[in-house]
Design a binder for this molecule. Structure first.
Ligand SMILES: [Zn+2]
Length: 139
């Protein structure tokens, strides 16, 4: 990780953006937003304008604290988040992407139960695990 020396690295704001972008990946919201957020995280990590990035972090921390104060809580002020946190996040991301490639999530037309089906199996008959309704599907 010597490549990151002299650059800003990751802070809690980056982690937050990364989590949002991961979350958006599973919603129906266009992927573009998620991609843009990831791009911001990468840009911030490699940025050498440490002053400006710290200011962004300050703004973010105080905005979050304004909300947290209502619950008598406070965000710890953390500049660089340990890089050891990053690899597990990517492992998780890789796992999620793999799942998305391998499986297709569909809703049962009868009861709305979400079902996970293997992709690229051609025409299959699906039996809903909740209501036992059967329906044809192309995966
Ligand atoms: Zn069903």
């Amino acid at each position: 990780m010597r490549i990151l020396s002299g650059t800003y690295g990751f802070d809690i704001l980056s982690i937050f953006l990364l989590l949002i972008s991961l979350f958006l990946n599973f919603g129906r919201i266009p992927r573009l937003i998620s991609l843009v957020l990831s791009a911001i995280v990468i840009f911030r990590a490699f940025s050498k304008n440490i002053y400006k990035r710290s200011q962004e972090l300050n703004k973010f921390t105080s905005a979050v604290n304004n909300i947290l104060r209502k619950f008598n809580k406070q965000l710890p002020y953390m500049t660089n988040v340990s890089l050891e946190l990053i690899p597990p996040m990517f492992t998780r991301l890789k796992y999620d992407i793999n799942q998305k490639i391998k499986y297709k999530i569909v809703s049962c037309p009868n009861c709305g139960q979400k079902l996970r089906l293997p992709r690229r199996k051609g025409k299959i008959i699906v039996t809903c695990k909740r209501c036992h309704n059967e329906f044809n599907l192309r995966t």
